[in-house]
Ligand binder design. Structure first.
Ligand code: ADP
Ligand code: ZN
Ligand code: ZN
Length: 814
């Protein structure tokens, strides 16, 4: 008899797998989904290992197979183990990342007659039992749910258990079917002949209904119905215009069922590889030769850091390396920070690999995601494109993993277990499957660049934009010192420079982006005369203002002090709480530039009915002069009419109580500044700040990554921060603040005792202190930070009660 180690879908299973016996006649494979008894329940499990001996004395038997084909390949089973061990997450949470969407569905129980039930004497059965048995005999199979409906839940279950006990019936289990709801979309077509439509259009124009005329003319040119969305876009009108044509009997609307294809191939023209520039050629040649070596099994798979500014031709390299990968009989996964913000990238892949690109995104219904997952597993695609979770797609024959914009923080899952970093998972998966990894960025993560400098990753650099001659040189950047503005009597949030430049751009019918980093709004205080920001003397992070107690608090060590009335540096009394939201900014813009048309783009707006794409299309169509936005406006947009980018305050990001504040500010500012001057008009950027000499701002203004990196890595070394050590954040949350603090203190004592008893020298503890977000959804949160090298191994030995969230290698503040 064989045994299987199974990861069970139960919260009490935690990081453990359980031994089950494989009953005779059942064929079980690693990676397969099975039903197993667990306590008094029947649960889903995934087989992680087969063995001849059980790991415990008494085992129960696997009840059945959910799906004959294994859901996880061998490398992915190893990956799940690694994730659970490294990130200290429940094993099934790690396994679940790789299961088909909607796997954790309801279980349906069915009842059938046993093979001997016909020969048995049933005279001793109760009337209820006999009734059920007869029903089952008559129908062959019946669902428990159906029985429960007629008999009541309790009674049905009791009778079935009794009949099973007597060997008269048997149970079997199935997952509830995934429901696929068809999606219907309104399509518009002419209700009259094309010639007639043209005549009607002329009449409409005479009646000054130009929009209706335009839509009618557009429809007259179409050979088949077009979706209402497309018609609206192409004829630049709203739905009311279409409705007007319908009510006049000139057009008809029809609901047509569509497949929710993430890419509409209809509009995509196939494209062909470009001739590489010499810089691209040499990067391409290095990666290609590694790819060949790896395929022959000569080397372990390498990791490349492709460092190049936006427009330097990184994506073209991804495309051509993917083509090589496919030629070698392998496939790829390409990760992007946020799928909604990267339609152009997806289109480029789709046009180069027509019909061979899978896109995983959350807009698909569960059923569609499920179908897509199956098709990927069947090897129907050359490449899977998606955001972080696409790393877990069941792409077979993996030969290439690309992480574009590898520095982006969206690659870290921080809000639920497992709190994994996509980059680290990708590197592990590549090691397990023999795939080449390319990390691409204009502003690499400091840790990534450090590894490249150390030779752990291969550094490839593209120093220039592909087409610098056709306009798009890097923009001119001006750093404005807001202290000087105040001295000169300007109290507006716009410096004189920014306000003049904005007015000029709008007058010239050019476009402006105003960027505001909203994170950390109004949480720190600053002297408006000298720009001084109060910092913790021990941790060198900005003290955060807590409204409830009106205190300044260090979020690393819990140092506290009252709010100051005067500046300790210049004795000025002009202490300001800093922070302004996008809404406030929009208001200010409307006062200062009343003639300009405004558009706001932040998560408040996109959460509503406007999608990213709609806002972007509107701005691109020059329906607005000034775009006001947060982080999102910094993403790789190519907007040729934008000649000015204004950063309202570079300081908000800089003063977050986080050692990565400088890095984050540099990345954002570089990206934002890079938005200006993408067209032939050229452009400039203006950064407003109270700290014009800060290295992150200086380096961003010069668009000089290495300048930034050298300073930053020196600080990291000096303050002993990653990559020179590792961190773990432990957050305890509870509705009672005092209790929360006490538990955090208890945990600290426990950890220290454990460390001392094991004699671990390089492990230190910071805190407890209130977490950056001290109160979240009614729960208070206290944080401990551990610093050291072997943290996962250390923590895995310690009993950590419910209520603690462990984040290994945390990024950002939570
Ligand atoms: P990145 O990914 O670094 O932003 P892209 O690959 O998108 O850079 O290239 C920027 C622009 O230059 C794109 O429009 C692309 O089509 C074009 N491009 C890239 N490589 C070449 C090349 N070798 N020859 C001509 N145009 C190129
Ligand atoms: Zn001051
Ligand atoms: Zn401190």
């Amino acid at each position: 008899m064989g045994y299987a180690e199974v990861s069970v879908n139960s919260p009490v299973a935690r990081r453990q797998a359980f031994s089950y016996a494989i009953p005779p006649g059942l064929s079980i494979d690693v990676g397969q989904a099975v039903w197993v008894p667990f306590g008094d329940k029947l649960l889903q499990g995934i087989v992680l290992e087969l063995s001849r001996y059980p790991s415990v004395e008494e085992t129960r038997e696997i009840v059945g197979v959910i799906e004959p084909r294994p859901l996880l390949s061998l490398p992915r089973v190893s990956l799940a183990h690694w994730i659970s061990e490294h990130y200290l997450s429940p094993l099934f949470d790690a396994v679940a990342l790789m299961l088909p969407p909607g796997f954790e569905r309801k279980t349906l129980t069915f009842i059938r007659c046993s093979s001997t039930s016909h020969e048995r004497d049933v005279s001793s059965l109760s009337q209820g039992q006999r009734q059920v048995l007869e029903l089952v005999q008559k129908q062959g199979e019946i669902s428990l749910k159906e029985l429960e409906k007629t008999l009541g839940k309790k009674k049905a279950q009791t009778i079935v258990s009794q009949l099973v006990g007597q060997g008269l019936v048997v149970r079997s289990y199935e997952l509830e079917k995934v429901k696929v709801k068809p999606k219907k979309v309104p399509y518009l077509h002419l209700a009259v002949k094309a010639s007639e439509a043209q005549q009607e259009a002329v009449k409409l124009r005479e009646k000054r209904a130009a929009k209706q005329a335009a839509l009618l003319e557009f429809l007259a040119l179409q050979s088949q119905p077009v979706s209402l969305t497309e018609a609206r876009q192409r004829a630049n009108c709203n739905k009311a215009v279409a409705d007007a044509l319908v009510s006049k009997g000139l057009a008809e609307l029809q609901q047509i069922e569509v497949k929710r294809e993430p890419i509409s191939y209809r509009d995509i023209v196939p494209s062909y590889p470009l001739t590489l520039t010499s810089a691209q050629k040499s990067a391409f040649a290095s990666i290609k030769s590694s790819l060949l070596q790896v395929t022959k099994g000569h080397t372990s798979p390498p990791i490349f850091l492709l460092h190049g500014v936006t427009g330097s031709g990184k994506t073209e390299i991804y495309l051509q390396i993917l083509a090589e990968t496919v030629r070698l009989g392998k496939r790829g996964i390409v990760l992007v920070p946020e799928i909604a913000l990267t339609p152009q990238t997806i289109e480029r892949f789709a046009s180069r690999f027509p019909g061979k690109v899978a896109v995983l995104h959350s807009k698909l219904s569960l059923g569609e995601q499920f179908d897509e997952w199956q098709r990927i597993r069947n090897g129907e695609f050359d490449v899977v494109i998606g955001s972080r979770s696409a790393i877990f797609a069941p792409q077979p024959d993996l030969g290439l993993i690309v992480i574009d914009e590898e520095h982006e923080w969206t690659y870290k899952q921080h809000d639920k277990s497992p709190r994994y970093h996509t980059r680290d998972v990708a590197i592990k998966l590549a090691e397990l499957t023999g795939a080449v990894v390319i990390l691409g960025s204009a502003t690499p993560d400091v840790e990534t660049f450090f590894h490249a400098q150390q030779g752990k990753y291969h550094l490839l650099q593209l120093l220039e934009r592909v087409t610098p001659s056709e306009g798009s040189p890097l923009p001119q950047v001006e750093v404005v010192d807001l202290k000087q503005e105040l001295k000169a009597g300007n109290r507006s949030i716009f410096s004189r420079s920014l306000s003049q430049a904005t007015a000029k751009a709008v007058a010239n019918r050019e476009q402006v982006i105003l960027f505001l980093n909203r994170r950390g709004a109004a949480t720190f205080i600053q002297c408006r005369s000298c720009g001084f920001v109060l910092r913790c003397q021990r941790c060198d992070v900005a003290l955060t203002h807590h409204f409830t107690e009106d205190m300044l608090v260090c979020h690393q060590c819990n140092y506290r002090m009252p709010v100051l009335q005067t500046c300790p540096r210049c004795l000025s009394r002009r202490i300001k709480f800093l922070g302004i939201g996008t809404q406030k900014l929009e208001q200010e813009v409307s006062f200062t530039f009343p003639q300009a048309r405004r558009l706001r783009w932040d998560s408040d707006v996109t959460r509503g009915k406007h999608s990213h794409q709609e806002i972007l299309n509107k701005f691109r169509a020059h329906d607005a002069d000034i775009l006001i936005g947060t982080q999102m406006v910094a993403k790789g947009l190519d907007l040729p009419l934008v000649t000015l980018v204004g950063v309202i305050s570079a300081d908000t990001g800089l003063n977050l109580p986080d050692f990565r504040a400088g890095e984050r500010a540099f990345q954002l500012l570089s990206q934002v500044v890079g938005r200006a001057g993408r067209g032939i008009l050229g452009g400039q950027a203006i950064i407003q700040t109270y700290s014009p000499d800060h290295y992150a701002i200086q380096a961003a203004a010069k668009q000089d990554y290495v300048l930034f990196y050298d300073k930053e890595i020196a600080y990291r070394r000096q303050l002993h921060n990653p990559p020179f050590t590792r961190l773990v954040s432990l957050i305890y949350s509870h509705t009672n603040d005092a209790l929360c603090q006490r538990e955090a203190e208890r945990m600290k004592r426990l950890l220290i005792a454990e460390r001392d008893s094991k004699g671990i020298a390089d492990l230190s503890l910071i805190g407890p202190a209130p977490a950056f977000i001290h109160r979240l959804r009614g729960r208070f949160r206290w944080q401990l930070i551990l610093r050291g090298s072997e943290l996962s191994a250390f923590l895995s030995q310690i009993p950590i009660p419910q209520g603690w969230a462990i984040d290994i290698d945390p990024v950002g503040l939570t």
